[in-house]
Design a protein around this ligand. Structure first.
Ligand code: NAD
Ligand code: ZN
Length: 342
């Protein structure tokens, strides 16, 4: 089968011929239709320090996918050949306290599809049936292919009650932009998003942001004044991983505000803790998606009219994978899909 592999411990990704995986007793074999390129895949492509310390070589990369079940391990129940599925890329141990309590997203032993073991950028993927998620007929392949990052957006955005609240999102990457759409759909009042990338800010505006602010050119305080916000944001969603964005967010939160942090900052970020303390802020770290509560909510949001289609800005056939990675690396894209069947 065709596969996109980290073949060598250097910058790049290679289209290779590999053996199709054989599903174990509890696994399903998925024939991949579409995959999407994640920031993680870009780290692996660029072979940065995190990738060098984390990724085994050679390994098939990728974890955002939609496909069709073509084989079932002998113990698998609840799936049929032909079912359309996406799936959770975090494989959990099932034995730790959180797993046993049903809080799988907090498993302390989780491993990553396309990070610690062969991934989805291939014609076939074998994953535990537990990790698969059936896609209803009224959700398109394109949207199902981005359920993994959409799930990051949903998990973060719905962490706190935001109905009628003013929301600040820092970072208009694909996840931040999807968070705009989710927050508006769920009933937030003003949703203000910041970035330094004009292409992405325009996309965030198109997806429903009240205001999309380039923090290199405009002052957030003035934007808040123009919206009649005299006190500050009720909810903050940190989706950039950039220290100055978090510091700015702490400054702009109202007293009693709540912050969900998805963005992964570099080590040793300094913040003004007195803002956290004297404002009585709550800060919650977010990892992955809730298994599988977030997945059910994603389907319900789409079925209740949430339109994410604008976030998918580019599609390439797998033979043009390099164009896909170049486009993602250019910063002038939303989600980039790779098609495996044409
Ligand atoms: P991304 O890198 O595409 O988006 C980050 C955005 O932040 C970019 O558009 C960048 O221009 C913007 N930015 C840069 N400087 C800024 C500033 N000063 N103020 C505001 N924005 C600024 O990433 P993504 O794929 O959308 O993911 C968002 C973040 O979430 C990343 O940090 C990613 O590593 C992290 N992430 C975390 C999890 C998790 O489970 N916790 C999962 C997926 C992604
Ligand atoms: Zn566990």
């Amino acid at each position: 089968m065709k596969s996109l592999k980290k073949e060598y411990a250097e910058k790049g990704i290679w289209l290779c011929e590999s053996e199709a995986p054989t599903p174990g007793h509890n696994d399903i074999l998925v024939k991949i239709r579409k995959t999407a390129i994640c920031g993680t895949d870009m780290h692996i492509f660029n072979w940065d320090e995190w990738a060098q310390n984390t990724i085994p070589v050679p390994m098939i990369i990728g974890h955002e996918f939609v496909g069709e079940v073509v084989e079932l391990g002998q113990e698998v129940k609840g799936y049929r050949i032909g079912d359309r599925v996406s799936g959770e890329g975090h494989i959990t141990c099932g034995h730790c306290r959180n797993c046993r309590a049903g809080r799988r997203h907090l498993c302390r032993n989780s491993t990553g599809v396309g990070v610690n073991r062969d991934g989805a950028f291939a014609e076939y993927l074998s994953i535990p049936a537990f990790n698969a998620f059936k896609i209803p007929d009224d959700v398109s392949d394109d949207i199902a292919a981005i359920f993994d990052p959409f799930g990051n957006a949903v998990h973060t955005t719905l962490s706190f009650d935001l109905v009628g609240e003013d929301v600040l999102i820092t970072g208009a990457g694909p996840i931040g932009i999807m968070a705009v759409a989710v927050a508006k759909h769920a009933g937030a009042r003003h949703v203000v998003i910041t970035d330094v990338n004009p292409y992405r800010l325009a996309l965030a505006k198109q997806m429903g942001a009240t205001s999309a602010v380039n923090v290199r050119e405009n002052c957030l305080t003035e934007v808040m004044a123009a919206l009649g916000m005299s006190e500050g944001f009720d909810i903050g969603l940190e989706m950039s991983g950039v220290p100055s964005a978090l510091q700015d967010m702490l400054d702009k939160m109202n007293h009693g505000g709540k912050i969900a942090m998805l963005g992964i900052p570099p080590n040793d970020v300094t913040i003004d803790w007195t803002k956290v303390i004297f404002k009585g802020l709550t800060i919650k770290g977010i990892y992955g998606r809730e298994m599988f509560e977030t997945w059910y909510k994603m389907v319900s949001l789409i079925q209740s009219g949430l339109d994410l289609s604008a976030i998918i800005t580019h599609q390439f056939s797998i033979d043009e994978f390099q164009k896909g990675f170049d486009t993602m690396g250019s910063g002038k894209s939303g989600k980039v899909l790779l098609n495996w069947t044409n």
